[in-house]
Design a binder for this molecule. Sequence first.
Ligand code: ATP
Length: 488
Amino acid sequence: MEKPFVLLLFEDCCVKMKQSKLMEKRIKMVTMNELIALCKNRGFIFAGSEIYGGLSNTWDYGPLGVELKNNIKRLWWKNFIEQEFNNVGLDSAILMNPTVWEASGHLANFTDPLMDCKACKTRIRADKLIEEWLFKNNKTVPFSIETLSNEEMEKFIDDNNIACPCCGKHDWTPIRQFNLMFKTFQGVTEEKKSEIYLRPETAAGIFVNFKNVLRSTRGKLPLGIGQIGKSFRNEITPGNFIFRVREFEQMELEFFCAPKESDDWFKYYRQKAFDFACNMGINKDLLRLRDHDKQELSHYSTATTDIEFNFPFGWAELWGIANRTNYDLTQHQKFSGQDLSYLDPYTNEKYIPYVIEPSVGVDRMLLTILCSAYTVEKLENGEERIVMKFLPKVAPIKVAILPLSNKLNDKAQEVYKQIAEQFRCEFDASGSIGKRYRRQDEIGTPYCVTVDFDTLEDEAVTVRDRDTMKQERIKLKDLIDYLSKKLA
Ligand code: ATP
């Protein structure tokens, strides 16, 4: 039943007069369960195949999640491709000739140390078991777990009596190496010679197209080729929501340069990646740069840095930046028999280019943004509100149009159409205005535009700022200008 007009006017007045005031800001680290619940309820991320009982560790991005993801990808593309003088984009196939993976070393070496609990049959990654045990027991070790051999890991687990997190027993099989690539078959026969793989990273597609891009763009070094796309890894222990999944998206840049310039370019992209992360609204206090020491460096890398984020479950890699030397092109040259060297037109020097690779997962970046944005605030009236404090450029919805009554829908739709030409907006006509504001706070919408009965007379609307909760009356003719300035 529709509310009487007088009551609506009364509500309207209440909205204008009783603006909620902020008493206390509490930025607490959100727990994974709180985040998963918010993502599910508000339409960011749903559990995969849910109506069939789900498929563990798969996630589907809902209406808000896909907007957030697209904003992240668009901003990365703008920063790493469009705004960089030397860089271009690519979109290569997921399925590749299997020799690519022989050349890249993935067939032989893309493995994780796997062990089984003999008591409850839980499968676990030995290095992650140790890392989690260290984190839970607040202990540190002066070396990186990744550098330990299988024997050293087994000894560490035995010496510290590290138990199975599922059943609590200490009865492990020896560690064996497990290849993370997903295998499938091309064509109708399922036989050895038709075996192919889902790509475990997007970088290989860039390396095999290096000469194509150079030739077709008449490019000169230094030259960066970037792409965004799906990668697949049959992770032994996926988990922590979208942190470690088996199907994810990567944003990778392979920056080809002269060997003597590679140290400088490495430093450049290390800093650029860090700055980009901060500019996406990721909390700087929860970020750190961790340089790999000699022991941890891959045999082909002269420098590698991980940008780590302090997730609710501890510090973990968000972004890897590596100087990969000329390893990849040398390997692909060897296995393909094609000349992948570069002749410098100015110096006549011929060499195989070095590569600087900043590589980050879209899903992992989205998770860091969600964790950083989650804020709980105490209001003057004693209530708490959850606000996702996304930067406007990252926010899935920039403006919400809220008619105060269904009788105002036509006018509000006019306003919606006007704003939708410029900004991603949402129309929400149901529920009390207070509840609608709270919902918009929880999905991180920077501005709410309320259309009330006065709008019909004065051609003005009330604009509410998500963070300050202050409201301003703005003429419709000035609204786009006003929002453009605020959302810039
Ligand atoms: P980790 O040590 O966490 O397994 P990695 O060092 O193997 O990661 P890279 O191969 O360097 O990761 O991949 C580059 C980026 O891709 C990572 O920094 C991360 O952001 C993302 N990424 C890698 N594996 C996954 C995954 N299973 N799920 C989600 N994102 C991933």
